[in-house]
Design a protein around this ligand. Structure first.
Ligand SMILES: NC(=O)c1ccc[n+]([C@@H]2O[C@H](COP(=O)([O-])OP(=O)(O)OC[C@H]3O[C@@H](n4cnc5c(N)ncnc54)[C@H](OP(=O)(O)O)[C@@H]3O)[C@@H](O)[C@H]2O)c1
Length: 278
């Protein structure tokens, strides 16, 4: 049986949709207790939830919640429980570059999964296109601006739906184990170009502001996010500023046998979401 963590999130939600379409049996994990036979209570910060959540589970789709910034404290106890309960595979939603940038929470989680000897697939995606319709939506819709500290660095974007389809392949194909896949779109863009693509699709000027790391962290805190989230996301955008988020990989083409969705298609499809009158 599959257990999908992050089931209400960007990628986990699409993973659940695709598993439903394929009639694959699975359970959703929820950090809140629910009276629902398809859902198991699992809070990474509450070890008392682990045993029941993992009962009868063979394979886990693992998402690190962005707010949990200290993997040693927040995530590793759950990984130990997975080993102790005989989980046969973890498909972990990691991060592009986690194999080389050891300070990221994702690199620490990958390392621990390997140390525990749990068979794995690491999915290392570039930036989600959905950031533009989620985290950055209010700035684009209400203020016609993008405010991320990525400078003039190039960023690669992938659609969370493509990550989810890759994840479902890795969850359901038993031959895929002890592998890592870097999942990217085919083109990388500066945020100036992203602003230009939005300008063309929306018919009004969208500006890319280039805040420094500290102003970004202060602003993200003011929006109500925890400090750990503000710092980690700020550092991830800084990786983009330093040119470390632009690599393109063909791993998704090899996994799914098709090209990734493009940012241009994504922006056209989602244009109504940035309309201030809707
Ligand atoms: N955004 C990007 O561009 C990008 C790029 C590469 C990698 N990533 C990585 O992808 C991962 C997911 O990021 P996201 O922004 O898409 O987040 P998300 O999956 O949309 O949301 C976080 C999920 O975590 C669950 N959650 C929160 N607190 C929890 C807890 N204490 N215990 C168990 N589950 C909990 C939430 O479920 P409930 O509703 O049940 O609380 C929610 O489904 C992160 O590790 C991020 O670093 C993101």
């Amino acid at each position: 049986m599959l257990l999908i963590t992050g089931a209400t999130g960007n990628v986990g939600g699409y993973v659940c949709d695709l598993l439903c379409l394929q009639n694959q049996p699975f359970l959703k994990a929820s950090s809140r207790k629910r009276d629902d036979p398809q859902t198991r209570w699992l809070d990474f910060l509450k070890p008392e939830s682990f045993h029941h959540a993992l009962k009868g589970i063979t394979t886990v789709f693992l998402v690190r919640p962005p707010a949990l910034a200290n993997p040693g404290r927040d995530m590793l106890p759950f990984l130990t429980a997975c080993r102790d309960q005989g989980i046969q595979k973890i498909v972990f939603l990691s991060l592009q570059g986690a194999d080389t940038i050891a300070v990221t929470p994702h690199a620490k989680i990958e390392k621990r999964i390997v140390e525990l000897g749990i068979p794995f697939v690491f999915l290392r995606p570039s930036f989600f296109m959905q950031n533009l319709t989620m985290q950055q939506r209010a700035d684009i819709r209400g203020h016609d601006e993008i405010l991320v500290p990525a400078g003039r660095g190039q960023t690669n974007f992938i659609d969370a739906r493509d990550i989810a389809e890759s994840a479902v392949k890795c969850l359901t194909d038993s031959a895929l184990r002890n592998r890592a896949f870097t999942l990217t779109g085919n083109i990388s863009y500066t945020y100036d170009t992203v602003a230009e693509l939005l300008t063309q699709a929306l018919g009004r000027p969208i500006h890319y502001r280039k805040p420094g790391l500290l102003p970004y962290i202060i602003r993200t805190r003011k929006k109500g996010h925890p400090l750990g989230y503000a710092v980690i996301t700020g550092l991830i955008f800084t990786m983009a500023r330093l040119g470390k988020a632009s690599g393109n990989s063909q791993d998704m083409v090899h996994l799914l046998g098709r090209s990734p969705r493009t940012l241009e298609e994504f922006i056209k499809e989602h244009a109504p979401l940035w309309n201030p009158n809707m």
